[in-house]
Design a protein around this ligand. Structure first.
Ligand code: SF4
Ligand code: SF4
Length: 734
């Protein structure tokens, strides 16, 4: 179908009063737009009808709206056609630059030109639809998180397969005597509700439960996962659309905490053993079976300790308060001592903490336990320093309970780095711990990549449940240490994410952060050199490999970040509406004034996820910045291909700045590794600059988050100031 491009320029929101609209119209006509029109307020009903009329009567089938940012009014400008492009004249030009100024006008003209060029290179994407898509949810793990996820998915109408490796459901929740308060007044222990929940899902025909079962392998991708389960030696295969990984945790090995005496003194037990003892009847000294009169609880037994578990396990403080109550209820004359580093009882647990503080038989103090000794009768003495009393104290107790922490099962295996990568390398594309939980048939390994301490990697702020495997959502304590209430919320969230994945996949749409995007990667295989860059660098493991190292792309695993497009040295990976050629063409057509005009030009490639919204926010706050920059939004800054840098510099552009998300261990990149990869690629740009005999400072990268919009003017102005120091690019005019 031949493209008929219509350009619609809005004159509202100060656009008409700040720019020469006639000149803009002429630029659009010169750039070969078929229809160019202005309207006093495009986002109003009449404005949209105005465009739709042209679509119906003039056959306009590719619409460019030159008005506000693409991040606003996207629903208003949903015209029911795939080819709609927005040119940001409002936030990006008139709200950030001097009205009726030559430089502001030139900026707007460049953006109109770039918008039309982009549209000319664009093809209408069509959704990728998989055949035999399954809407079933696979839940791995039958503890509280897994049961909740299964129950919630089933309540929402989805069939669920629930896999549990043990012979019964419930996990840790079936091993506790009472649970900490979850209901007002939050001061009373409660009967564990897990058995009711187990009954509920066992009676639900939408949930098929496999106990004593393990996942043999999972092949495929979202919508079409073929799952093979092994139960009692028999293999069974079924199809699922998305996966909730709720495999839980194991207690930390207390024998490793040598100075606290576990394994050496029989009357030193862990919090897990304490539950077990209470559940079985009476709390006694393991050494002689006598009921206890005094118990010392030692908090952070290994947690928040670089030599053991560097993190807080989130539940142990409340659990020790609860177990102190067990003792006090068993024997009103007994004493409980709790030694903590910080008593962490967030939210409503504070009421429970207060109620325990009011119990005269419970002694709580901050302090560091420096040692435990045992006398000939197996009585224990605990020595504590740095207490609230300001002096060392020694407390005798019949029993010591170590509040040990939890380790995610995803951490229990050998760490595997990608081939050729060593620990400590500046950039590690992914870290995998081979644990035998999911056994995915993925080129990058069989489990979900982990971040630190063996927890599945995900974007902490924006998409907490999402792992780096599209369609696989971590829930409960395998994702982060959490208590009962948080686990229920977490598992419900993960179930909803799994459902969202299934429904978006069924429509051929991308998941977060490009929800609704129907484009996907096209690889021109004839030119592929089997270099493996794409299969190694895809943050989501979307590309498998055949035995000859040909990339095997899985569209429903793909997040459409285009990082592979930035990586591919042959430039053969593209999307119908986003390609190396398209961006390159936009870059090459920015007008570069002659040197004597003293109007430098810089391109700022901005990540669409954080940096571009930050620029818009700067616009909303009317913060003004240098008019000589030209913003080019990228799906992820990791999709930057070095050829754009070479193209821009050889055309006379004075400098290039990349604005991406924070990278490194605390990364904020929405595509996990995109901004870090861009940084690595940029370090290789020196070669190009050397070849062109240009200063390396002309190309730089800065990290910025959406909340740092107020820094935008300073970042851009300082960059332009630096470029001034280098003088004009000598390639101007070539
Ligand atoms: S677009 Fe992103 S997620 Fe998709 S294959 Fe390329 S690198 Fe992987
Ligand atoms: S990066 Fe490009 S050339 Fe290399 S394997 Fe992938 S598609 Fe082929």
């Amino acid at each position: 179908m031949e493209k008929k491009i219509g350009v619609y320029i809005c004159t509202d929101c100060e656009i008409g009063s700040s720019l020469d609209i006639d000149k803009l119209t002429k630029v659009a006509i010169k750039q070969k737009a078929s229809v160019v029109k202005t309207h006093p307020s495009l986002c109003q009903k009449e404005g949209v009808e105005f465009i739709k009329r042209d679509m119906a009567q003039e056959g306009v089938n590719a619409v460019i709206i030159a008005a506000c940012s693409s991040r606003v009014n996207y629903d208003v400008f949903n015209l029911g056609i795939p080819l709609v492009e927005r040119v940001n004249l409002r936030e990006g030009v008139v709200w950030t630059h001097t009205p009726n100024d030559e430089d502001t006008q030139m900026m707007a003209e460049d953006y109109i030109r770039m918008g039309i060029l982009k549209m000319q290179k664009m093809e209408a994407p069509e959704p990728y639809k998989v055949e035999n898509l399954s809407k079933n949810v696979l839940v791995v793990g039958g503890g509280l998180a897994g049961i909740t996820a299964a129950n919630e998915a089933a309540k929402a109408g989805y069939d669920v397969f629930l896999i549990e490796k043990n012979d019964s459901l419930g996990g840790w929740m079936t091993k506790i005597y009472k649970q900490a308060p979850t209901k007002p007044p939050y001061t009373d222990m409660e009967e564990p509700f897990i058995n009711n929940l187990i009954k509920e899902i066992q009676q639900n025909p939408k949930i098929k439960i496999y106990t004593s079962s393990l996942i043999e392998k999972i092949e495929g991708s979202p919508g079409i996962y073929d799952v093979t389960v092994k139960q009692n030696g028999n293999l069974e295969t079924f199809r699922a659309g998305a996966i909730v990984e709720a495999a839980g945790t194991v207690p930390y090995d207390a024998t490793k905490i040598i100075h606290l005496g576990f394994g050496k003194y029989p009357n030193v037990v862990t919090n897990y053993m304490m539950e077990d003892m209470t559940l079985k009847g009476t709390i006694v000294r393991p050494s002689d079976g006598k009921p206890v009169k005094s118990v010392a609880f030692i908090q952070c037994a290994g947690q928040r300790d670089e030599n053991h578990l560097p993190y807080c396990s989130a539940t142990c403080c409340v659990e020790s308060l609860k177990q102190a109550k067990y003792i006090r209820l068993q024997d009103p004359d007994s004493k409980a001592y709790i030694f903590y580093r910080d008593m962490r009882t967030p939210g409503h647990y504070e009421y429970f903490y207060k109620s325990m503080q009011n119990d005269a038989g419970v002694f709580l103090t901050k302090g560091d336990v420096i040692g435990i000794t045992e006398d000939e009768n197996k009585n224990l003495a605990i020595e504590v320093e740095n207490t609230l009393l300001g002096e060392k104290i020694r407390v005798n107790a019949d029993l010591v309970v170590l509040a040990t922490g939890m380790v995610p099962v995803t951490a229990l295996g050998e760490e595997i780095l990608p081939p050729g990568v060593k620990p400590g390398d500046e950039f590690i594309p992914y870290v995998m711990i081979e644990t035998d939980i999911l056994n995915l048939v993925y080129r990058q390994g069989g489990e979900v990549p982990v971040l630190v301490n063996g927890y599945p990697d995900s974007n902490f702020i924006c998409f907490p449940y999402e792992t780096r495997r599209t369609g696989i959502y971590a829930a409960g304590s395998v994702r982060a240490p959490m208590d009962i209430s948080s686990t229920i919320i977490d598992a419900t969230g993960a179930a909803l994410k799994a459902i969202q994945c299934i429904e978006l996949t069924a429509r051929g749409e991308a998941l977060h952060p490009r929800v609704g995007d129907i484009s996907y990667v096209d690889i021109f295989m004839q030119k592929c050199t089997q270099c493996k860059r794409c299969t190694e660098e895809c943050p989501f493991g979307a590309i498998n490999e055949d035995e000859k190292a040909n990339p095997l792309y899985n569209p429903t695993r793909c997040r459409r970040c285009a990082i592979c497009m930035g990586a591919c040295p042959e430039r053969i990976m593209s999307f119908k509406n986003y390609s190396v050629d398209m961006i390159g063409n936009m870059v090459k057509n920015i007008e570069v004034p002659e040197e004597e005009e003293e109007k430098p030009r810089a391109i700022v490639f901005v990540c669409e996820n954080d940096a571009y919204p930050a620029l818009d926010m700067a616009g909303l706050h009317r913060l003004s910045y240098n008019p000589f920059i030209r913003v080019v939004p990228l799906r992820c800054i990791g999709s930057m291909n070095l050829v754009w840098v070479a193209d821009a510099l050889s055309k006379g552009i004075d400098g290039i700045l990349l604005l991406g998300c924070q990278y490194g261990e605390d990364y904020q990149c929405h595509m996990a590794t995109g901004s870090h990869l861009a940084k690595i690629r940029l370090s290789k740009v020196a070669e190009t600059l050397d070849r062109l005999k240009l200063e390396s400072g002309r190309v730089q990268m800065t990290q910025v988050s959406i909340s740092e919009y107020h820094k935008i003017p300073q970042i851009l102005d300082e960059f332009m100031e630096k470029l001034k120091g280098f003088g004009p690019n000598p390639y101007k005019g070539f």
